[in-house]
Design a binder for this molecule. Structure first.
Ligand SMILES: Nc1ncnc2c1ncn2[C@@H]1O[C@H](COP(=O)(O)OP(=O)(O)OP(=O)(O)O)[C@@H](O)[C@H]1O
Ligand SMILES: [Mg+2]
Length: 600
């Protein structure tokens, strides 16, 4: 472990040496002492006005500062051949590669998996490597198309940028001005990239611009790995440890990304806080924030977190799960999904429960695609996680925390009450935690709305127990309003997520589990015959038993058709569902011939 750390440090030093070689100046003239002082002051002032944003990456180190003090204005303007110090890019590339190979050999790693993904327009390479002396594999990210040489030139450009872009006129503590700053940066970056890399294709230039913006204004490498679909969580524990990530396939992994110091983490936390209009400080050292796309962030400052400042990012899937993914991953069977679909079609309400991170919200999202397109859906959440296909008539609402004076809070309960005045056909509730939310939820169901809520409980029995006991205390007689309880769970050993139970609530408020997960066979099996759910369905549909079975078989067929044809995008599945509700015969003729629907 220490040896690895040492060799990583030595790698850095060697690379830095290399970079110093490139960065020889055009004129190494020494400035007169007064001029030097003036320039230092100017530099300090510029850094101050740029405040947090420019510090997002470590400030140029001491040695580099010294160099910048000893040069004239025009020496900042390095030309490509000067940066390369007379060597050809190929020679430098070979040098850097030899360094990297030597390090890899020293460390004897076995590559467990390797893949690529795109972070915006930047192609990224990932290797999960198991090193002999490490107990946890390492997640190594690299930007495939940026060679070491390019990276050094880019770093140089970044430092020039920080020095030259005058952010003084912009009040950058105002998060709404972030776009203005980005624009200002972008213009200068484009000029610099065109100067240093005049022969590059536009596409490559574009990704270099994105890369520099992310490094200068954003969360740098964190932002890049946020776009890896395999990553669920990204955590900073302290600046003495590398960043950790939770990988969908490999669990917790260390990364090759290091945090330069505690100040960098604090800066990231402050930047996130500003984005959501909040603050994190010594007096208020805990931050819980939800970013636009649904990602959640928690930050704690030292000394509350004793090892150092921490940040935990819970990433929300960029491409939302659909029923097709759930069937492909064996989260649920098509038989069980058909039953839920039928119940949802005829407006029966359901609770989706499970433990922490068992996939409750994802399941709610997946099941919501079964809604017909001609109904008004209102979703209520703390943070916008649910995403529905564009064919649906959907109004998302989300709560707001109180401001620093304790004013302006809009709670889940407030939104639930308000949603009832919005003539909803379906209400989705992010998570029921308190008595007031549960009461309003049950009232809504009793007044004829179909509601779908997530709830924290491990089994159907526990769901009922938690609902009727303090602190939630829903009157037991109200429970049968819920037609279905769907339990999700995550296998602690394999990390797989499965539907664990589908249960109904009988008229006497007791629970009847209809389908139960069998861990030995890894399948959801029928364990008892439905009593109330079937009766309600017969009542709502006017169907007899055999017609219900026919309907279920047809739905199963459509679900299998989705899997066979890999129709797994949100709008792809949404389109099939919309067709089912509006032109069922046409859909079935496609399903029977296993033919995809034409685009419309
Ligand atoms: N069926 C599934 N297969 C694979 N991954 C899944 C599945 N369902 C959810 N996930 C992943 O599991 C993580 C947690 O999912 P989700 O947020 O839906 O869980 P949750 O139970 O709502 O969590 P919380 O208790 O924090 O609200 C996410 O990263 C999600 O992408
Ligand atoms: Mg959730």
């Amino acid at each position: 472990m220490t040896e690895k750390k040492e060799s990583e440090k030595s790698k850095k030093n060697r690379l830095y040496d290399l970079s110093k070689k490139f960065l020889t100046r055009k004129k190494k003239q020494v400035l007169a002492p007064e001029k030097k002082a003036e320039k230092t002051a100017k530099h300090a002032k510029e850094n101050k006005t740029a405040h947090g944003y420019v510090k997002s990456d470590p400030a140029p180190d001491e040695e580099d500062k010294e160099q910048s003090e000893t040069k004239s204005e025009e020496t900042d303007e390095l030309l490509p051949h000067e940066i390369l110090n007379g060597k050809s890019p190929e020679e430098l590339e070979a040098e850097a590669k030899a360094e990297a190979d030597a390090i890899a050999k020293e460390q004897k790693g076995e590559v467990v998996s390797a893949y690529e993904f795109m972070s915006k327009n930047i192609p990224i390479q990932v290797r999960v490597v198991k090193f002999e002396r490490e107990f946890v594999p390492t997640y190594e990210v690299s930007i495939s198309q940026i060679s070491k040489t390019t990276e050094l030139i880019l770093e140089k450009i970044r430092q020039q940028l920080i020095r030259h872009v005058n952010l003084g006129i912009i009040e950058i503590t105002d998060f709404r001005k972030a776009d203005v700053i980005e624009d200002k940066f972008k213009k200068t970056i484009v000029v610099l990239i065109n100067k240093y890399f005049p022969d590059l294709e536009n596409e490559t230039k574009d990704f270099l611009v994105t890369y520099l913006i992310q490094k200068s204004l954003g969360l740098g490498n964190i932002e890049i790995i946020m776009n890896d679909d395999f990553i669920e969580e990204i955590v900073i524990n302290s600046s003495t440890e590398p960043l950790w990530v939770y990988h969908k396939k490999h669990g917790w992994l260390k990364t090759n990304i290091e945090i330069s110091d505690e100040e960098q983490t604090r800066h990231y936390a402050a930047m996130i806080a500003r984005k959501v209009g909040r603050q994190i400080s010594v007096l208020d050292p805990l931050l819980d924030a939800h970013l636009g796309v649904g990602d959640r962030v928690n930050a704690t400052l030292s000394p509350i977190s004793t090892k150092g400042n921490t940040i935990t990012f819970r990433k929300f899937s960029r491409e939302p799960f659909t029923i097709t993914h759930f069937l492909q991953y064996k989260t649920i069977t098509s038989e069980a999904a058909a039953l839920i679909w039928l119940a949802m079609q005829y407006e029966l309400s359901a609770i989706i429960a499970g433990g922490t991170a068992s996939g409750k919200t994802s399941t709610l999202n997946v099941l919501a695609t079964f809604f017909p397109p001609n109904q008004r859906i209102i979703s209520i959440e703390d943070t916008r996680e649910v995403r529905l296909p564009k064919f649906l008539h959907w109004v998302p609402l989300s709560t707001r925390l109180a401001n620093a004076e304790g004013k302006g809070e809009i709670s889940m309960g407030d939104l639930l009450v308000n949603s009832l005045r919005m003539r909803p056909d379906r209400i989705l509730v992010g998570e029921v935690r308190r008595k007031r939310e549960a009461e309003t939820l049950f009232e809504s169901i009793h007044t004829g709305h179909s509601c779908y809520a997530t709830f924290h409980a491990n089994t159907a029995e526990e769901t009922v127990r938690r609902l009727i006991n303090p602190p939630i205390e829903v009157p037991i007689t109200m429970l049968p309003a819920i037609s279905m309880i769907i339990i999700q769970f995550r296998n602690r050993r394999t990390g797989n997520r499965r539907t664990f139970q589908i249960a109904e609530i009988l008229p006497d408020s007791s629970v009847n589990v209809i389908l139960q997960y069998n861990p030995k066979k890894d399948i959801l099996e029928q364990v008892s015959k439905s009593k109330s759910l079937m009766d309600t369905l017969k009542l709502f549909t006017g169907f007899g038993e055999s017609e219900i079975h026919k309907d279920l078989a047809e739905k199963e067929k459509i679900l299998n058709y989705l899997v066979k044809n890999k129709i797994d995008s949100l709008d792809g599945v949404g389109r099939v569902m919309a067709e089912y509700y509006t032109k069922r015969e046409n859909l079935m003729s496609h399903v029977n011939r296993n033919k995809k629907l034409e685009d419309n």
